[in-house]
Design a protein around this ligand. Sequence first.
Ligand code: PMP
Length: 404
Amino acid sequence: MFNVSKIRVDFPILNRKVNGQPLVYLDNAATSQTPKQVIDAIVDYYSNYNANIHRGVHTLSQEATEKYEQARIKIQKHLNAAKPQEIIFTSGTTHSINLVASGFSFLLKKGDELIVSALEHHSNIVPWQMLCERTGAILKVIPMNEEGELLMDAYYTLLSDKTKLVFCNHVSNALGTVNPIKKIIDAAHKVGAAVLIDGAQAAPHIKADVQALDVDFYTVSAHKLCGPTGVGMLYGKEAWLNKLPPYQGGGEMIAEVTFEKTTYAELPHKFEAGTPNICGGIAFGVALDYMNAIGFDTIAVYEQELLDYATEQLLAIDGLRIYGPAKNKTSVISFNIAGIHPYDMGSILDKLGVAVRTGHHCAQPIMDFYKIPGTVRASFCFYNTKEEVDVLVAGVKRAISMLL
Ligand code: PMP
């Protein structure tokens, strides 16, 4: 049985006060909080077996290597990847996307086409624009509608034998839209294009099955799902990862080095130059264990309840508009109140202990589409409660009374 009070005990930060008020943390889409199981794993690593991995004969190095490689296998199983070497540790989604974009710069030629969705985070736009500048490839955009959904018919007409790569997020961080990624992947494959799905926002809510999706690349940042910052992963189909050249050169990613010629290590090491975030990788695995012990189905049901409750309460407020779809979304509410700048709303909520995000959420094209400078975004995690939603709603009403 899901018991939110019991869950909250695992998160020490939820006990703190902000501006003299109990913290109501509703900025989970930016980063989630960390349970003590993950904090303990970090302390354990630095207290007991901090060592560099892969090349040590000594016990500490072997222990660290074993735990790090176990974490890779946990991630592999979590995403149902066929092989552990298809999981590349990175510093997060941004790094993962840049790795793939860098590799494709050797595979593209002038006039090749790439397709991006209108709902992307800047980290799934800018690396591809840089790639287009380097290669002469052309970037095309799948448009969106007022409900924050992609126009799939327009997508199908963009596809052609010139399309080499399609990239799209699984879930929009700005609106919460769950995109029809299976349809996107299948249609791209029909014209021979590869697909990268940015799973940064989906990962805390949806357990993706990369084999069932038949996706070519999938990215995750650990800090969105109760893990530490600065670590994440890239899933890539083995055939694709073998085809892409290494992203960075250095230690760990080589087979043999001479001044005449260097040969590269096998997967996954080919893409893991230098000393990685060893502790972070291990803690990422512990975070997945933690979330899987609660269960992603259980989390989804509870978060939907919170989302429905918060949506109803907020929509009852005069002049409040929620951006994005009414259904098929994760627990994210992006809203504005007519006549109030999101920054002013966010600042007053902070005074009341409520942490929300304000601004363009690294998705300026979405804000341009709605012709707004930004939104107030409340995003919920499984440790949030209906009482916290009540505090948010009361805070929004109070801010309106002060600002209008
Ligand atoms: N894509 C999406 C949809 C995101 O929400 C984020 C994080 N806000 C990123 C990419 C970038 O992730 P990171 O900063 O962890 O690299």
